[in-house]
Design a protein around this ligand. Structure first.
Ligand SMILES: NC(=O)c1ccc[n+]([C@@H]2O[C@H](COP(=O)([O-])OP(=O)(O)OC[C@H]3O[C@@H](n4cnc5c(N)ncnc54)[C@H](OP(=O)(O)O)[C@@H]3O)[C@@H](O)[C@H]2O)c1
Length: 289
């Protein structure tokens, strides 16, 4: 049993922390909106703390899953932050999708205090978090990863060390770049099929057994054809992630022409009230133009 703290009980963090508790670890949770922390403790046991620092005090490992870089800085740095509460020799694992820059910044601050920091963004969505079947992409040092890996396994189907600090976030960026172009392609295909008068259930059943198969097709094509977009990863989050990809690409010279175009389509989805729609809502623009 490890003494663990979890910061940020949102759509992802709440079930992830639940899997850590179910794995036999002793949990202290913190959430900015305290009612969620109270609900979590009522469901899973353990304790809640009034600040990230208080949650981290006495913990061997601290996990977090908050929104963006600014949110991450606000729960980690400063007098009430996680790093002020953690003792030397402990590990901080961040599951937020954030920039590689902030990951390296926290790694360096942790090092000065003898704390190992691992960036560990996840893929697999709300369902993956609820089923404890996330893919976790880590950046950090091998020793810390080897100690954290068995604990991360409580909510993961796959967990890999991708390289030094920031490598987890860079891997997640590759994931998001691949998804952006793929979802637009899938939307165009589905919209074309509908306009051509095809039976889309049959089309999906056939082509999902061929070279066009993808996770997006298996999990979203049917709902896209029904104009339903309430299935997880929100457009607002995707635009945040693509923004980080563009920033990184400016520095490393990679060209992202299709991702940039798709980002503009997502801006249109937002303008139509779809900020919290899932990312397959690119289809809505084609179907309703
Ligand atoms: N949802 C998905 O399918 C998915 C999939 C993969 C990766 N992710 C990534 O995982 C992260 C979390 O996503 P989510 O869907 O769980 O988001 P969410 O439901 O909006 O939860 C965000 C959590 O962060 C907390 N938080 C935000 N800003 C904070 C701040 N400044 N100080 C303290 N706490 C703060 C929120 O507290 P309150 O309760 O007080 O608001 C909440 O607990 C994001 O980086 C997202 O990109 C999400």
């Amino acid at each position: 049993m490890t003494k663990v703290a979890f910061i940020g009980l949102g759509v992802m963090g709440y079930p992830m922390a639940g899997h850590l508790a179910a794995g036999g670890h002793e949990l202290t949770v913190y959430n900015r909106t305290a009612a969620k922390a109270e609900a979590w403790v009522a469901e899973h046991g353990g304790n809640s703390a009034p600040t990230p620092r208080a949650a981290a005090e006495g913990a061997e490992m601290v996990f977090s899953c908050v929104g963006n870089d600014d949110d991450l800085r606000s729960v980690t740095l400063g007098d009430d932050g996680v790093l002020a509460g953690l003792a030397a020799g402990s590990i901080y694992i961040d599951n937020t999708t954030a920039s590689a820059g902030v990951a390296r910044e926290l790694f360096a601050t942790g090092k000065e205090r003898g704390i190992d920091v691992i960036d560990a963004p996840v893929s697999g969505g709300q369902a993956g978090a609820e089923n404890g079947a996330l893919t976790v992409m880590c950046g950090g040092e091998e020793d810390a990863f080897a100690r954290a890996n068995p604990v991360i396994d409580c909510y993961a189907r796959s967990c890999q060390l991708m390289g030094p600090s920031g490598a987890g976030q860079l891997t997640k960026m590759v994931n998001q770049i691949c998804i952006a172009g793929l979802v637009q392609g899938l939307s165009e295909g589905m919209n074309f099929g509908i306009k051509a008068g095809l039976d889309m259930d049959k089309v999906i059943a056939v082509i999902s057994k061929g070279a066009a198969q993808s996770w997006q097709m298996d999990n979203r094509a049917e709902t896209m054809c029904k104009d339903e977009f309430e299935f997880g990863f929100a457009v607002d989050w995707m635009r945040k992630d693509l923004g980080m990809c563009f920033e990184e690409a400016r520095a490393n010279g990679a060209r992202l022409p299709v991702a940039a175009l798709v980002d503009q389509f997502y801006a249109q989805v937002q303008a139509r009230g779809g900020r919290r729609w899932d990312t397959s809502s690119l289809m809505h623009l084609l179907a309703n133009d």
